[in-house]
Design a protein around this ligand. Structure first.
Ligand code: PGA
Length: 255
């Protein structure tokens, strides 16, 4: 049985007072949430604080990790440090890191493998840009991004893992992909992996991310191959984020 996984990706946002108010409200509003799995991805410097404040229902997710365990790598955070802080999920391959930090496929694959090695759960973000979308290349791009992991780490690397389909043109634009486009792409991702191992493909959590809000969340989660949501902008407001979780919790989709 799969449970909807909802992660709030705060990106480079938040401060002490926002965290205090946000987590207090979220803890309170999650008291009656039992089906959904919930996680928050604050900036690295706040991981420890968020971990200490959140109830056991709310897991902590890191937005990034270095490929090295320790040493002379100024400014980085290692997987051991994340693990020690109580992090359970780590986002990898987000388009903002691919674009602004020039993270290429091999580098992302190295990060993915270190996350798996330390038994944390990778949230692998994949998805096409606007031009690729317009020219019908969505599946080709998703396949390429999955292949980088498959090539070196094999299908077993997708056991106990999350893939987030995040079309770049839908991130932070207010224009989410249509439920049909989301389902078609998620179905493609699952069937592509099922060719290697059906059981692993069936248990894989495939999230959608890109301009999710209170209005569109249910239409999206109701698609058969959508197992969760990766939420950016709408996760910065505790009332809005909690409302989305409550809607998903009370929705009667059976996975
Ligand atoms: P958004 O961001 O919800 O603001 O579109 C999603 C993401 O980048 O994870």
């Amino acid at each position: 049985m799969k449970y909807p996984l909802i992660i709030g990706n705060w990106k480079l946002n938040g401060n002490s007072s926002m965290i205090y108010n946000f987590i207090n409200e979220l803890n309170q509003k999650m008291l009656n949430i039992n089906r959904c799995k919930i996680s928050i991805a604050p900036p690295t410097i706040y991981l420890d604080r968020v971990k200490k404040m959140t109830s056991s229902k709310i897991k902590v997710c890191a937005q990034n990790v270095d490929i090295n365990i320790s040493g002379a790598f100024t400014g980085e955070t290692s997987i051991e440090m994340l693990k020690e802080t109580g992090v359970e999920y780590v986002i990898v391959g987000h388009s903002e890191r691919r674009i602004y930090h020039k993270e290429d496929y091999d580098y992302i694959a190295k990060k993915y493998s270190i996350i798996k090695l330390f038994n944390l759960i990778p949230v692998l973000c994949i998805g096409e840009n606007a031009r690729e979308n317009a020219t019908g290349k969505t599946e080709e791009i998703c396949k390429l991004q999955i292949d980088t992991i498959l090539k070196n780490q094999g299908i077993k690397a997708f056991r106990n893992a999350v893939i987030a389909y995040e079309p770049i043109w839908a991130i932070g634009t207010g224009q989410s992909a249509t439920p049909l486009k989301i389902q078609t792409t998620h179905e493609f991702i699952r069937s592509y992996l099922a060719k290697k191992d059906k059981e692993i493909a069936d248990q894989l959590i495939i999230q959608y991310g890109g301009s999710i809000n209170i209005e569109n969340a249910i239409k999206i989660i109701n698609q058969p191959d959508v197992d969760g949501l990766l939420i950016g902008t709408a996760s910065l407001n505790a009332t809005v984020f909690s409302r989305i979780i409550q809607l998903v919790e009370n929705n009667n989709k059976i996975n």
